[in-house]
Design a binder for this molecule. Structure first.
Ligand SMILES: Nc1nc(-c2ccc(Cl)c(S(N)(=O)=O)c2)cs1
Ligand SMILES: [Zn+2]
Length: 267
């Protein structure tokens, strides 16, 4: 069971509450197939089974609910959008999306590409569709139970698709607060256009938050998302880790973990 009082490094210094920083995270956090990682592009192995994804209901616009869960801002996707193919073993349903970020434009992504970090990283979390057979229901602890689509974010032009989410941030400054997006948006409003999503990296890893379960098939897209600096900084300015609103929610990024014996593949 994950420690309920886990926190990021930045919270250790600035809050008088005692919490467990990344070096002390429990659960599976000390095992050897952990995420995030640095992706050394020169060592990524081409894998022809990494075909393009098929996205279903990613065009569906909804006033999703958005929550400050004390570690990130989470958009609840109610299992509606679906992904398949993309070298995945089955269909997966989107449950939530959340982001990781920093006040520095080169320190907010969890994954790095050739040791370069980006301003933010967005994770769309999907769960494997429960098949009908008993065996499929029984297991539930396969190493690909969860599929996360990871998008790196860099500072650039303003991103209209993100503005509804950016505007919602000031309504949920404290942990536990949630609101509804004032304008309905679709996942396609948030991610690069589909034909730019054919190039991606793939590896087997874990949740980047405690209990760090090693059940995630990771996809890190090469095409970056662009947000304006104003949009990027809104996350660190409007959100707080604590009820007293003393500790900005920022640097909610786990340090990169050893690749170990794993291989990173590329489409
Ligand atoms: N309490 C929290 N849990 C998460 C979370 C949940 C599931 C997953 Cl898969 C992830 S991640 N960063 O590995 O994509 C994060 C965020 S904040
Ligand atoms: Zn994440």
């Amino acid at each position: 069971r994950a420690a309920s009082n886990w926190c990021y490094q930045i919270q250790l210094k600035s809050s008088n509450i005692t919490c467990l920083g990344p070096a002390d995270w429990e659960g599976d956090c000390k095992k050897d197939n952990q995420s995030p990682i640095n992706i050394d592009t020169s060592k990524a192995v081409f894998n022809q089974s990494l075909t393009p994804f098929s996205f279903s209901d990613y065009h569906k616009k909804k006033n999703w609910s958005v929550k400050n869960n004390g570690h990130s801002v989470v958009v609840l996707l109610e299992n509606e959008p679906l992904i398949a193919e993309g070298g995945l073993s089955s269909k997966y349903q989107a449950t939530q999306l959340h982001l990781h970020w920093s006040k520095k434009l080169n320190n907010g992504s969890e994954h790095s590409i050739d040791n370069k970090h980006f301003a933010m990283e967005m994770h769309i979390v999907h769960e494997k569709e429960k098949g009908s057979s008993k065996s499929e229901k029984a297991s539930g602890n396969a190493n690909d139970e969860i599929a996360v689509l990871a998008f790196l974010v860099e500072a650039g032009s303003n991103n209209d698709g993100f503005q509804a989410l950016v505007d919602a941030l000031s309504e949920i400054p404290k942990p536990g607060l949630s609101t509804k997006l004032k304008e309905s948006i679709s996942l396609f409003d948030l991610i690069p256009e589909e034909e730019k999503l054919k190039e991606y990296f793939r590896y087997m890893g874990s949740l980047t938050t405690p209990g760090c379960e090693e059940k995630v098939v990771w996809t890190v897209f090469e095409k970056r998302i662009e947000l304006s600096e104003k949009q990027i900084f809104a996350f660190s300015e409007k959100l707080f880790f604590d009820d007293q609103m003393q500790v900005d929610m920022t640097e909610n990024v786990r340090p990169v973990q050893p690749l170990g014996k794993r291989t990173v593949f590329k489409s």
